[in-house]
Design a protein around this ligand. Sequence first.
Ligand code: ZN
Length: 484
Amino acid sequence: MSAGPFITPVEEALRPSTSTEILAYLARLAAGSPRACCQHLGHSVRGQALVALHCGEAARGLPRVLLVGSHHGGSEPAGGEALLLLARDLLYGDLQGLLERFEFMLVPNANPDGRDAGSARNAREVNLNRDYGLLSQPETQAVNALLLAWRPHIVLDAHESAALKRHTLGAEGYLTDFDCQIDIANHPASTAAQQALAVELLEQTLQEVRANGLRAQRYIKEIRSIRKPMTHGGVAIGRFRNKAALYGALSFLLETPMLPKDEVYPSYQNIAARTAQQQVCLRSFLRVLARSPAVLDGVPATATPLCAGMALSLSGHYQVDPHEPVRWLDLQRYPSREPIQLPFANHGWLRPGPAVVVPTAYYITEHTAVFARALSAHGLRYEWVTQAATVPVRSWRCAPTGQRAAAEDRLLALAAGHLQVSTTQPLVRLACLLLEWESPSALRRYPEFQRLAVPGECQVVHRARALAPPAAGTGAAQRAAAPP
Ligand SMILES: [Zn+2]
């Protein structure tokens, strides 16, 4: 297929695009098509524009697919490069038919400063794919706002991974050996229906990628030693794909390998081949979506209702897989590059952690403006208390560093200006994960919030204890201007 006027730097100069070139390329693609437009999402730390390319017709109500590339900037540019080519194929090439079935949003360059600096992190040295729980960076705030505003049904986050880790697996004399890895969102708070359909699409995509000549497998977390067990991807909600799942999307991670940088390749660090590999995977994924009745009929109600009194698992832990306690994985010897299979203890069995019973509400009694800002950024609803009331709660008294906090059941005097976060809201799972004391994803665990806690005093987030709605007073609370 001819690339026509839309040649990318990878094709023309055999090197990755700069952030400025990506912006210009997206603008050119959009200018030539009535079915595309650029959407401004926000800015990076250094003030570079974060832009999404919308492809398709919003009015038709087709399933919405969000594809994101280069969260890890200049260290992992190939996903972004492949998304530029995919956009061209959707608008002008052989994938135009997909615009009859889906609406697309492509964010090829989720970390413009990192791309231009050749870094995996943003300009403040933050790993953006760990920041979706705190949303401390302008880049993650912008992409998270897109998740909330556009509500994609399907999300894919494209990454790369160095096959040679010099200081860990490489030092033991091995490098990893795969062409494509795919993972699903795996936080146990995402629903069973969501996970079942995601696994089905994952398996089909792996088959499709294999049919196109690449060796594909379910994602295996970076192997740092042949003596350590293998697991799959991280479960924290700071990861983009897990966060997207909490908003109801079926969410995936794609990873392709980068070969050792000190070898000689036809393009700069083999970027042309890496981009082509990403393209095969992305196109396979879209083909699978396009023939999935479950996806085309509108992804089933992934946000199963969850309400007060029901159980919610706050975390998950990998354990030995009882069905396959040992897994043989493909590796290569380094530096000979001779293929070898080695056995690993298979800790790929994700077991949900302890569950909590969802309370009717959480109350926040101090630093309310800070919490209100955080809740709004996550799309959570809250109310400002307008009348004094007394409510039974469970609070945790902050202990000095190194000591356990003590839970205490007590009556809390709510006053005007306090915050009430009801769990009768669509994003109840996220509300609990961010506010529940025991949650590994709780806001209180971030340094920014830890600073607000005073040892010896009760922490500022309290859990409603009664299942019945709280009595007088809070009923008069006013709905805050949180996004719907
Ligand atoms: Zn990455």
